[in-house]
Every structure is written in structure tokens, then in C-alpha cells.
Design a protein around this ligand. Structure first.
Ligand code: NAD
Length: 280
């Protein structure tokens, strides 16, 4: 390729000078998302609960990739916690360009011992907590950080949904041999509800803020390999045309695409990255 072509390719994915917020940024995938944005030149801000130590994770990213990074202990279900975080980000960097709504409750059903997860038993307190983190948190972050983007008439929001925003969970994946039917663990109802609702939030915000030059898209990842039991993996592989779960870094390309000018004509869409599972 000639030089103009390769610098055009690099410019499409370049994030130097931009400021990106990742909720749940100290977690398994949030850290991966933040790393690729930092590698592309962005200042990243990890918002996460204090117990996840977002400051230490941000320091790791700054040490590895260069651009200054910030970790803020923050509960995304609390308006005042988010407003304090917003003030701190603006004081440090003066702008907000990218928001990834990534935080969610995602209990490891495949480890068993979750009789409470059955619909008939599902505790109202868990329903409320899951909706608050996964959906209300995304709404509040979009409202507070999106308003700042709208003021500058520029921004990108990415909502992290799931293949389970498109298909129902296959509860046979989670069965534990020998347990009575009423004790068999299932994927929580809230997971499907939150992830499907995020697609609605994505479309709403995309049209609401189109005049403010804010693009809003969703990504629907499939499951990530993280040491799950072999019995679960062998059942799941049968449902995935690519015959495996994702590696932890395999959403980085899609995240960088959605957050950068490479996707400049894309809004209100859902990018499915699931090894083909939802096309079956
Ligand atoms: N891991 C997968 O296989 C997979 C597949 C598809 C989609 N997803 C989605 O990707 C996202 C990240 O998943 P993950 O596997 O990295 O999970 P994770 O549990 O490792 O990370 C979630 C992070 O969110 C944080 N968090 C929870 N409540 C919070 C709150 N109130 N305020 C601020 N932060 C809070 C947690 O501390 C944690 O660091 C989730 O939305 C999940 O549903 C994950």
C-alpha cells in the first residue's frame, strides 16, 4: 500500500488526545477494552467499585501503554458518585469523548450451586440489584457523561450487551448431574432482560443524540473462556459454529472499531461477535 493509504488506515483507528470512560473497567473484559483504547492513544478512565481497585488497574495500563490513565472508585448506581467522577475527569482531562457501558452483574452459573437462580425462587433483591447495575447504571452514565459530550457536540457511547440479547439462554448448559429439577441452576432472568434492554437504550440514545454528533452502538459478545469446567465447555462448543469460546482479548478489535472514526457512519447498531452462536 502507498504511504497515504497506510496513514489513512492508521488515522481511522487513532485515539490520541481522546478520553474514554470504561465502567467496570477493572474487571475481566473492561480491562481488555481499556487496554486497546490506551494502545490506540486514548486516556482511559476506569470506573469501578473500590473493591476492584481501579486505581491500581489504571496504573498498570498507563505503565504499559503510555497515555495518562485514571482509576476512580465509583458506584455507577449512585448519581452523586457519578457526578463526583465526572467532575474529577473534567478537572484532569477537560473532555469526555468515549463511554463504554460495560459493568454488569454476571454470576458464574456454570460453577453450580445456584438454586436461587430458578425463576420460581428468584429473589426480588437480586432482580433489583442486577437491573440497577446493568441497566440503570448504563442509563445514568449515558445521561451524565453523554450530556457533557452533547455540550461539545462530539462523542461515542458503546453499550456492552451479549449474545443473550439476541437468543434465549440454553439452560441445558448449566445442568448439574444428580440434582433434582427444582435445584438445577439457570442463567438468571435478569441477564437476558438487562442485555435486551440495552439494545433498546442504544437505539433510543442513537436517535436522541444524532443532532449532537454522538454515535451510540452496542456490541454483543459471546462467552469468554475463563477456566470454566470441561463439562460446560463441551456442551457450549456444540452451540458455537467456531467450536470454542472467545479469548479474553478477542473483542478488542470490535471495541476499537466502535470507539474510533473507523465506524464514523455507524449508529444505533448492534455488532455481534459471538463465534456464530446466534446465527444457528
Ligand atoms: N465474560 C463473558 O463471557 C461475557 C460475555 C458476554 C458479555 N459480557 C459482558 O461484558 C461485561 C463485562 O463482563 P466481565 O466478564 O468482564 O465481568 P466482570 O465481573 O469481570 O466485570 C464487571 C465489573 O463491573 C464492576 N461493577 C459491578 N457493579 C458495579 C457498580 N455498581 N459500579 C461500578 N462497577 C461495578 C465489577 O466490580 C467488575 O469489575 C458485562 O456487561 C458482561 O455482561 C461478558
Amino acid at each position: 500500500m502507498n504511504q497515504a493509504g497506510s496513514s489513512r488506515a492508521a488515522a481511522l483507528f487513532d485515539l490520541h488526545g481522546r478520553v474514554a470512560i470504561i465502567t467496570g473497567g477493572a474487571g475481566l473484559l473492561g480491562y481488555q477494552h481499556a487496554s486497546i483504547l490506551a494502545a490506540a492513544g486514548a486516556h482511559v478512565v476506569l470506573l469501578d467499585l473500590a473493591v476492584a481497585n481501579p486505581q491500581a488497574r489504571a496504573k498498570q495500563i498507563a505503565d504499559e501503554f503510555g497515555p495518562d490513565a485514571l482509576g476512580i472508585p465509583c458506584d455507577i448506581t449512585s448519581e452523586s458518585s457519578l457526578q463526583d467522577a465526572c467532575a474529577e475527569i473534567l478537572a484532569r482531562f477537560g473532555r469526555i469523548d468515549i463511554l463504554i457501558n460495560n459493568a454488569a452483574n454476571n454470576p458464574k452459573v456454570e460453577d453450580g450451586n445456584m438454586a436461587w437462580s430458578r425463576l420460581e425462587n428468584f429473589p426480588l433483591a437480586v432482580w433489583d440489584a442486577d437491573i440497577r447495575v446493568g441497566l440503570t447504571g448504563a442509563f445514568l452514565c449515558s445521561r451524565i457523561f453523554g450530556a457533557e459530550m452533547a455540550r461539545r457536540k462530539s462523542g461515542v457511547i458503546v453499550n456492552v450487551a451479549s449474545d443473550l440479547a439476541l437468543i434465549a439462554p440454553d439452560q441445558r448448559l448449566y445442568r448439574v448431574n444428580g440434582l433434582p429439577e427444582d435445584q438445577q441452576p439457570v442463567k438468571p432472568v435478569t441477564y437476558s432482560v438487562v442485555k435486551t434492554a440495552l439494545l433498546g437504550l442504544t437505539r433510543y440514545l442513537a436517535t436522541y443524540w444524532s443532532g449532537a454528533n454522538i454515535r451510540v452502538n452496542a456490541i454483543s459478545p459471546g462467552g469468554v473462556f475463563n477456566g470454566q469446567p470441561e463439562v460446560f465447555l463441551s456442551r457450549l462448543r456444540q452451540l458455537i459454529p467456531m467450536d470454542r469460546m472467545a479469548n479474553q482479548d478477542e473483542y478488542q478489535g470490535a471495541i476499537l472499531f466502535l470507539c474510533s472514526d473507523a465506524s464514523s457512519y455507524m449508529t444505533g447498531a448492534n455488532l455481534v461477535v459471538d463465534g456464530g452462536r446466534s446465527c444457528l
